[in-house]
Design a protein around this ligand. Structure first.
Ligand SMILES: NC(=O)c1ccc[n+]([C@@H]2O[C@H](COP(=O)([O-])OP(=O)(O)OC[C@H]3O[C@@H](n4cnc5c(N)ncnc54)[C@H](OP(=O)(O)O)[C@@H]3O)[C@@H](O)[C@H]2O)c1
Length: 258
């Protein structure tokens, strides 16, 4: 069994913690006894979040995850001031349904910048530290949307599929080094990110529920933390179908929402 973070070992670091899942996971980890460094661009939201926890349990560490130097400096600062990062939850992400008409290149590129580069900058900052210490826990927030193609999700789904693949490959490379790698694959969760959806969101769950499931998964240490189970298995099963059947079924299931 590889390393599992314990409160007495150091700090949990969460990116994208100014709202939604990252914010709720920060509070849940505090409830479980951890001190948590929280990053995002909106520092005022991070300060407000810190105010919701006992003094010194949530440590604002604002940065833009697309800026590799800023992320490196942020992690250096966290470790210098507060102690070693033991668990990194690379959660920052962005989502916008895309259309092909008009094709807005900026929308497509922004999702790759935040969802992919924003994870690479985190890996660049924490992996050398985990390797030097011979232990660490790393969790990447992907999505069940990464399991297979969905309408209007050409970029978002592609970034999340890439993260699932990346985490799986890292699992091979990191396990011998006593670094636990996990991929988080939520279905629909009530957050500002999904509030902009105007289509039905089957099996959607409250953000606090999602946070409890994620933190339970951190403690368990299994590779995939995916929920709700109905959504996970439905999509996994559909993705076993041959392409013509897949396109027919997903097309039929999403026809009303396109
Ligand atoms: N909600 C869902 O149903 C759902 C389902 C599956 C997966 N996910 C994934 O869960 C993660 C969190 O999403 P959420 O639903 O909690 O959405 P959210 O409430 O919109 O949170 C997104 C977070 O990412 C941060 N962020 C965005 N761009 C950033 C940047 N350049 N640098 C630093 N931080 C940045 C935002 O903070 P700032 O704006 O302050 O920078 C915010 O804290 C995402 O990776 C998302 O893809 C969500």
């Amino acid at each position: 069994m590889t390393y599992r973070a314990r409160p007495e070992d150091g700090i949990v670091w969460i990116t994208g913690a100014s709202s939604g899942i990252g914010r709720a996971v920060a509070l849940e980890m505090v409830r479980r006894g951890f001190r948590v460094a929280v990053s995002a661009r909106r520092s005022e939201e991070l300060v407000a979040l810190a105010g919701e926890a006992p003094e010194g349990r949530i440590l604002p560490a604002p940065c833009d995850v697309t800026n590799a130097d800023a992320v490196l400096q942020t992690v250096e600062h966290i470790e210098r001031e507060h102690g070693p990062v033991t668990l990194a939850f690379l959660n920052a992400g962005t989502y916008k349904p895309v259309s092909i008409e008009p094709f807005v290149l900026k929308d497509w590129q922004t999702m790759f910048d935040v969802n992919i580069d924003g994870v690479l900058t985190g890996l660049n900052a924490v992996l050398p530290r985990f390797l030097a210490r011979g232990k660490g826990q790393l969790a990447i927030n992907a999505s069940v949307a990464g399991y297979g193609p969905l309408p209007r999700a050409a970029v978002y789904g592609a970034t999340k599929a890439a993260l699932i693949h990346m985490a799986g490959s890292l699992q091979f490379d990191c396990t011998p080094k006593n670094i636990t790698v996990q991929v988080v694959c939520p279905g629909f969760v009530e957050t500002p990110l999904t509030a902009k959806n105007d289509h039905p969101m089957p099996f959607i769950i409250p953000v606090d529920d999602a946070a409890r499931r994620i933190c339970h998964g951190f403690a368990e240490g299994g590779f995939e933390i995916a929920f709700p189970r109905r959504m996970k298995w439905l999509l996994k099963a559909i993705n076993l179908l041959p392409w013509p059947a897949y396109f027919w079924l997903v097309g039929k299931g999403t026809a009303g929402s396109r």
